[in-house]
Design a protein around this ligand. Structure first.
Ligand code: NAD
Ligand code: MG
Length: 390
């Protein structure tokens, strides 16, 4: 029986994780949960899974959550400290880090410092503080299992192989809803168009990241840290069918790939149950039903965010944290109708141009760089809106 904590249980990854837990009550038990705004769903999850402890992002929401949980025995807490308490609750053996954005940083670090293994969905953690996190993982001798489908595919494709025999990591990308859209068309796409992902059903932020391909950029940086791979060994292939989830090329010319129906329950379950496998209800793949698998190179002119992520990785130090912060601001501004789709990349680039990369020696310094990126991006966003910056 593995005892788990879920940070971000009310999100897309959190809900899928709980579906796996519900299907295997003999294998997994939920010790603690956290959510943010969706208190009704969090309350329903607490009633169903009976954790000992639950946290909400904003402590002001605790009284309302208490009301929703009348008669249920559970300890409720809130704020960053509350999230850390969920991550380190007594008995927890694995934390599923499924908070979106840089907000996941501190509680995930708390879990590692407490010596608890992590199933990592929150890619922004490695993007903003990759070297610090990997050092923490080594120092506290914990295991870090990827939940992101591409990284799970790579993890499954490198098992039993020597890292010095790897010549390339090839991340696949669906290309999102605008894979074939012209630059002219991209000028007028709407929020609804961008939220309409062809293959995956995910939270709003990552869905927009997929439309801009910043998601793939974040994943390149995530792969750099998870697999200790230099940037020039990580490439991206557009593969619209999302059947091959990523590949690893070896020195002898062999390429090993992992395939499957696109459903996050498969990589989540593998992270939870490694090295065993458990049933997930994911439809098995019938290759004869597919009309074909196709691949192409990404177009950095139409998807500049991918190029910005490679640039941030190249400049290193604080630049990826600033890029990530600017991206979070830009995605929110787009979703609120403040900027257009094409302005997302422009806002990130201008924020990066304004930043002088410097060394980050602690999580606190990462949070400072993150804050600098947010404030600068907000200021640039205002000038973009007034048209002074176009
Ligand atoms: P989501 O928006 O559906 O859920 C996010 C969760 O984080 C929710 O439980 C929410 O309550 C919580 N949260 C949001 N802001 C918070 C804050 N400030 N403090 C504490 N909690 C907060 O997102 P998602 O799609 O489940 O993605 C979660 C993470 O997993 C992201 O980092 C994403 O990039 C990554 N990921 C998601 C998928 C997917 O298929 N959804 C695939 C790969 C990786
Ligand atoms: Mg992914």
């Amino acid at each position: 029986m593995k005892q788990i904590a879920i940070l971000g249980s009310t999100g897309s990854i959190g809900v899928s994780t709980l579906e796996i837990v519900a299907a295997h009550p003999d294998k997994f038990r939920v010790i603690s949960l956290s959510g943010a705004k969706n208190l009704e769903l969090l309350a329903r999850q607490i009633r169903q899974f009976r954790p000992k402890l639950a946290a909400v992002a904003d402590p002001a929401d605790i009284p309302r959550l208490k009301e929703l949980l009348a008669g249920v025995e559970v300890e409720l807490t809130g704020g960053v400290e509350g999230l850390c308490a969920v991550a380190t609750a007594s008995g927890v053996q694995m934390v599923v880090a499924a908070i979106v954005g840089a907000a996941g940083l501190v509680p995930t670090a708390a879990a590692i410092r407490a010596g608890i293994d992590v199933a990592l969905a929150n890619k922004e953690t490695l993007v903003t503080a990759g070297h610090l996190f990997m050092n923490l993982v080594e120092q506290h001798k914990v295991k870090l299992y990827p939940v992101d489908s591409e990284h799970s595919a790579i993890f499954q494709s490198i098992e039993g192989h020597r890292s010095q025999d790897i010549t390339k990591i090839i991340l696949t990308a669906s290309g999102g809803p605008f894979r074939e859209s012209s630059l002219e068309k991209l000028q007028t796409v709407t929020i609804q168009d961008a939220l309409n992902h062809p293959n995956w059903s995910m939270g709003r932020k990552i869905t927009i990241d997929s439309a801009t391909m910043m998601n793939k950029g974040l994943e390149v940086i995530e792969a750099r840290w998870l697999f200790d791979a230099p940037p020039d060994k990580i490439s991206v292939n557009i593969h619209p069918q999302s059947i091959i989830h990523s590949m690893v090329e070896y020195i002898d010319g062999c390429v090993i790939a992992q395939l499957g129906t696109p459903d996050m329950k498969a990589p989540i379950a593998y992270a939870l149950s490694y090295p065993e496998r458990v049933s997930t209800g994911v439809k098995p793949l019938d290759l004869t039903e597919l009309s074909g698998l196709t691949f192409s190179k990404p177009d950095l002119e139409r998807f500049p965010c991918l190029g910005l992520a490679y640039r941030a990785l190249g400049e290193g130090e604080s630049m990826p944290a600033v890029m990530n912060a600017a991206n979070e601001v830009a995605v929110e501004a787009f979703l609120n109708g403040r900027i257009s789709y094409l302005q997302i990349a422009r806002l990130i680039e201008k924020t990066m141009d304004a930043h002088q990369a410097h060394r980050l020696g602690s999580i606190e310094e990462v949070l400072e760089a993150d804050q600098w990126g947010r404030t600068t991006a907000q200021d640039i966003c205002t000038t973009l809106q007034t048209g002074r910056c176009l």
